[in-house]
Design a protein around this ligand. Structure first.
Ligand SMILES: *[C@@H]1O[C@H](CO)[C@@H](O)[C@H](O)[C@H]1NC(C)=O
Ligand SMILES: *[C@@H]1O[C@H](CO)[C@@H](O)[C@H](O)[C@H]1NC(C)=O
Ligand SMILES: *[C@@H]1O[C@H](CO)[C@@H](O)[C@H](O)[C@H]1NC(C)=O
Length: 395
């Protein structure tokens, strides 16, 4: 009887919690991710050439003489992941404390950038994009906006995973953008990934089935959020204690490689907003590139490739055009973006300032955001931004 009462109370509480959560709009979540630590925040809406409306989060430092920094998250992530470890350990706050005007991007399709001037976000047309379009349209729109709004000629760029791929897409296909960066810091850039050993790559043998499933179910959003979405229910079950934190972490390690480096007390915070959703076509594009062992444009199949590209096989991104000064951060323990692949990428880039291999052998793909000691790496990046700015000024 007593246990039933407890269960009843827990469920009631859970329902109240969900209701409260639903009341929180995406914009409120973004503001709170910054103001909860006592920093000022501004939200800016940016519309891309193809009509997607994106939310940029700014921690303003208007009197700063340093170039602003644009921070771009990876697949299924959002700007919130750059704040979730609090002021001592999150890149956003460390950069702000060091005097930088901080701008955090949210790319099309995640919880915070799900609006369009014309398209219904439930339609296939809305979700008909991959990271190709993020690099070609989202990034240039954000860069143009920040340059206009701050009157700064150049920016610093910091990213994780897919955030690196989209930078390389922009810089290779729209080379005029290279001159707009004082320094570029790509952590585990997910461009070449064919040495990946994570179990997620097992599914690359079944990409056609994934595409068919999306078509049949008319579901092109993957792991998106919303009050009744599977991920929100998982989040709820975790908060109720029905799914223990260690079980969640065991699942993360199954895919990312075992490295017990996450502070247990932030796991709930992470799950509140991550994963943040993406398009099925992003997964398919990564899968195709893994199989093709290439960093290339989207594979539409022979017929459509012929029409679009004039060749059966999609063209590779012309990395020789990436003249911005790039620093690469990578590690031996990353089974999504392995060290071999980043080294191969470095050989194709004309202006690699530095290759920074992480010393911790087990350092995995999620450690770039959630490792308890990641602030040490972030401090190195901030120092490098400052150093490259000084060198630039001296020229
Ligand atoms: C920057 O954006 C804000 C918010 O939209 C606006 O109020 C401000 O005038 C803009 N500043 C410049 C210099 O464009
Ligand atoms: C990239 O560079 C090549 C020469 O290396 C040039 O032919 C090509 O036009 C460039 N691509 C773009 C999109 O400008
Ligand atoms: C873990 O996170 C909590 C809450 O943010 C913090 O108080 C604690 O110091 C952290 N522990 C470690 C070992 O970083």
């Amino acid at each position: 009887m007593f246990r039933n009462v407890t269960l009843y109370l827990t469920l009631t509480l859970a329902i109240i919690v969900t209701q409260v959560d639903c009341a929180k709009s995406p914009n409120d979540i973004l503001r709170y991710s910054i103001t909860r630590y006592g920093y000022p925040v501004e939200l800016h809406k940016v519309t891309t050439q193809d009509g997607y409306i994106l939310t940029l989060v700014r921690i303003p430092r208007k009197s700063s003489t340093a170039a602003p920094v644009l921070i771009i998250h990876g697949l299924l992530s959002s700007s919130v992941d750059w704040t979730v470890q609090g002021p001592e350990r999150s890149f956003s706050f460390l950069a702000s404390d060091a005097g930088y005007d901080v701008w955090l991007g949210n790319v099309r399709g995640n919880t915070f950038s799900k609006e369009h001037t014309k398209l219904d976000t439930k339609s296939r047309e809305y979700w008909r994009f991959s990271f190709h379009e993020i690099g070609l349209y989202d990034l240039p729109a954000m860069v143009d906006y920040i340059r206009a709004n701050t009157s700064s000629e150049v920016l610093h760029y910091v990213s994780h995973s897919q955030g690196g791929a989209v930078f390389l897409i922009m810089a290779s296909l729209r080379p005029a953008y290279n001159r707009k960066f004082a320094s570029v810091h790509l952590m585990a850039p997910a461009a070449l990934i064919h040495h990946g050993t994570s179990p997620v790559f097992y599914s690359t043998s079944r990409l056609d089935e994934l595409e068919t499933l999306a078509k049949v179910t008319q579901t092109y959003e993957f792991a998106g959020r919303g009050s009744n979405s599977p991920i929100n229910l998982l989040d709820l079950a975790h908060r109720m204690g029905l799914i223990p934190t260690d079980l969640l972490l065991t699942n993360v390690w199954f895919f990312a490689g075992h490295h017990d480096s996450i502070n247990r007390s932030i796991v709930g915070e992470i799950l509140a907003n991550t994963p943040a959703g993406c398009s099925v076509f992003q997964l398919l594009h990564f899968g195709h590139n893994y199989v093709a062992k290439s960093f290339q444009q989207y594979d539409y199949g022979w017929t459509e490739n012929m029409q679009r590209y004039g060749s059966r096989v999609p063209p590779e991104y012309p990395l020789q055009n990436v003249t911005a000064p790039v620093t690469l951060y990578y590690s031996a323990g990353d089974n999504f973006v392995p060290a071999e692949d980043v080294e191969e990428l470095a050989d194709s880039l004309p202006n690699v300032v530095h290759k920074h291999k992480i010393g911790v052998r087990k350092w995995n793909h999620v450690d770039y955001l959630f490792d308890m000691t990641v602030h040490r790496l972030y401090r190195t990046i901030v120092a490098s931004m400052t150093d490259q700015r000084t060198k630039r000024d001296a020229k």
